[in-house]
Design a protein around this ligand. Structure first.
Ligand SMILES: NC(=O)c1ccc[n+]([C@@H]2O[C@H](COP(=O)([O-])OP(=O)(O)OC[C@H]3O[C@@H](n4cnc5c(N)ncnc54)[C@H](OP(=O)(O)O)[C@@H]3O)[C@@H](O)[C@H]2O)c1
Length: 220
């Protein structure tokens, strides 16, 4: 399986790519810095230099042509400028979806966020803006004709993965290891019948393969 990943050098994206490469699949993606390309190449992940915001839809389509699926796991939210949050978190998935349509890649996985994430912490305006932009991206993606899948992980940690999650249409927001989010995305990529679903995933007791299998009967 050939998978094009935006955010391939990021926490979740890199783990998705590495897990795919280890399984013999072909992950590719765009990186903004040469040292990221070298690090990923060492794990068997091929990359090209590119920036989601700077590239045109045509250029993005060329970059992903021949892929079986696209994963959007980029993010600027909360760290970069408000403009970057809008351009990457808000407009990025729609732009990438337009490119996927052009390139004939139907399968599109968007890494999103629980709507209630950290609201109890009274986060700053930049975070609220990020949340609004993430939701905007969801509303855009569900209107495309693609075989989209929205995956909302709870708060991400760098703890080692457990291989177990709690996955479903609606879950309580807690936290989850990036390793486990990545493994869930890889398992979902291998279940193409699961599409046009918004799934929430958080730390939990269910082996990832079973959790994904259990989604087969979910309403679509
Ligand atoms: N943090 C959380 O607790 C949390 C919770 C729920 C959902 N999420 C979502 O989960 C996803 C993954 O989060 P993460 O923390 O693992 O990600 P991350 O480590 O912050 O990585 C994000 C990646 O996006 C890339 N990126 C940003 N702007 C880009 C652009 N214009 N063109 C190309 N790439 C660009 C970054 O590239 P550079 O390396 O060049 O900067 C980075 O590698 C994100 O979509 C995030 O919104 C996060």
């Amino acid at each position: 399986m050939k998978v094009f990943i935006i955010g391939v050098a990021g926490g979740v994206g890199r783990r998705v790519a590495e897990q795919l490469a280890e399984a013999g699949d072909e992950p590719t993606g765009l990186v903004r810095r040469p040292e990221q390309a070298a690090a990923l190449a060492a794990s068997g992940v091929r990359t090209a230099a590119g920036d989601l915001v700077a590239m045109s839809v045509d250029e993005l389509a060329e970059a992903m042509r021949g892929s079986d699926a696209v994963v959007f796991s980029a993010g600027a939210g909360g760290r970069d400028s408000d403009d970057a949050t809008t351009q990457v978190d808000g407009d990025g998935p729609g732009k990438l979806a337009a490119a996927a349509k052009l390139a004939g890649v139907r399968r599109f996985v968007l890494v999103s966020v629980f709507p209630e994430a950290w609201r109890e912490r009274r986060m700053d305006a930049a975070f609220e803006r990020y949340m609004v932009q993430k939701k905007k991206a969801e509303t855009h993606l569900v209107l495309t004709g693609l075989d989209w899948l929205i995956v909302r992980p709870s708060a991400l940690t760098n703890e080692p993965g457990t291989g177990r999650v709690d996955l479903g249409l609606a879950k309580t927001h807690t936290e989850i290891a990036r390793d486990d989010v990545a493994a869930t995305i890889v398992a979902l990529l291998r279940a193409p019948h699961l599409k046009r679903l918004i799934l929430e995933v958080t730390g939990g007791p269910t082996p990832i393969a079973d959790a994904v299998e259990a989604m087969t009967g979910a309403p679509q």
